[in-house]
Design a protein around this ligand. Structure first.
Ligand code: LHQ
Length: 263
């Protein structure tokens, strides 16, 4: 698999692809090129049958410092920027490439994730933070609102009151606070983060692929559909699972008192 300019891809044993944000000297700030490379990496991973799970992480001392602000410097660029178009044409396709990639995605957050860097992390299925890491909602310090779906995630996990407060005060959440709020899956000691995230991704890579995709879809449905429509969609997805070889293997393994062997 070829590497992007700002994103490194490393396929490991067992079908885990590590996608590594690779601008450590800028704390992996999101340049226009990084967005393109990140989207391409996830789209390649979707097509590559060898990839069974993905681990997204950042090189250097932080996960991601958000938008590369030097690309928005009014002293060096024509002003104003069309942020609506940039969100629609660059950020949104990348977020969708992550959340729609069809494979389980683990994010390992160390140091700091700021602004749109939080949005990229929260597009992943299972977000693990190092105990010393922070999520920074720095938008209003720059005179901005919210983007990369940050407010969407915050409102769902924390409710509108805390979401508004965090965004207005450009607040941060520690790993413990993000975990307690249900915004992320969990946190571990900083020096155990990478090993734990790799083990998690390896476990998912060894699991039932179709079931994971359907779980992703049913949780999406639960967040968007009214109850009656949700029930219909849940039944449809479980119907797909019920016709799968994995389900047959899961039941057979239980009856034979052995671990399942997933395809
Ligand atoms: C950076 C950045 C950065 C460029 C560190 N950009 N270089 C989305 C779409 C469209 C438009 C605009 O906005 C958005 C939403 C957002 O993402 S808003 C949030 C943007 N991010 C921030 O506001 C965080 C900015 N960074 C910081 O406040 C600090 O760098 C933190 C607190 C993250 C870390 O501080 P330090 O540990 O003291 O590191 P540092 O500041 O020395 O950074 C190291 C280098 O990285 C430094 O470069 P240099 O050449 O001077 O060594 C920084 O300039 C560079 N860097 N963040 N976002």
């Amino acid at each position: 698999m070829s590497d992007g300019l700002t994103v490194r891809c490393e396929i490991g044993a067992g079908g885990v692809l590590e996608i590594v944000l690779d601008r450590p000297e800028k704390l992996n700030a999101i340049s226009a090129q990084l967005l393109v490379d990140l989207r391409a990496a996830f789209e390649r991973a979707t097509r590559d049958a060898e990839v069974r799970a993905i681990l997204l992480r950042g090189d250097g001392r932080a996960f991601c410092a958000g938008q590369d602000l030097s690309e928005r410097d009014p002293a060096r660029n024509p002003w104003p920027f069309d942020l609506e178009r940039i969100q629609r044409d660059a950020y949104h396709p990348t977020l969708k490439a992550i959340s729609g990639c069809g494979k389980p995605v683990v994010a390992a957050i160390h140091g700091i994730a700021a602004g749109a860097g939080v949005g990229i992390a929260l597009a992943c299925d299972v977000v693990l933070m190092g105990s010393g890491a922070r999520l920074s909602f720095a938008f209003s310090k720059l005179g901005l609102s919210s983007d990369a779906a940050c407010a969407w995630h915050l409102v769902k996990a924390l409710g509108p009151a805390r979401a508004r407060g965090l965004l207005m005060m450009a607040g941060t959440l520690t790993a413990a606070e993000a975990e307690a709020a249900g915004l992320i899956w969990g946190s571990v000691e900083d020096d155990a983060l990478l090993d734990t995230a790799r083990k998690l991704a390896a476990d998912l890579a060894g699991g039932p692929r179709l079931a994971y995709r359907l779980i992703h879809d049913v949780v999406d449905a639960a967040q968007t559909l009214p109850f009656e429509d949700y029930l219909a969609e849940e039944a449809r997805l479980q119907g797909i699972a019920g016709r799968s070889a994995d389900y047959r293997e899961g039941i057979t393994a239980f009856m034979e008192k052995r671990p399942p062997r997933w395809a």
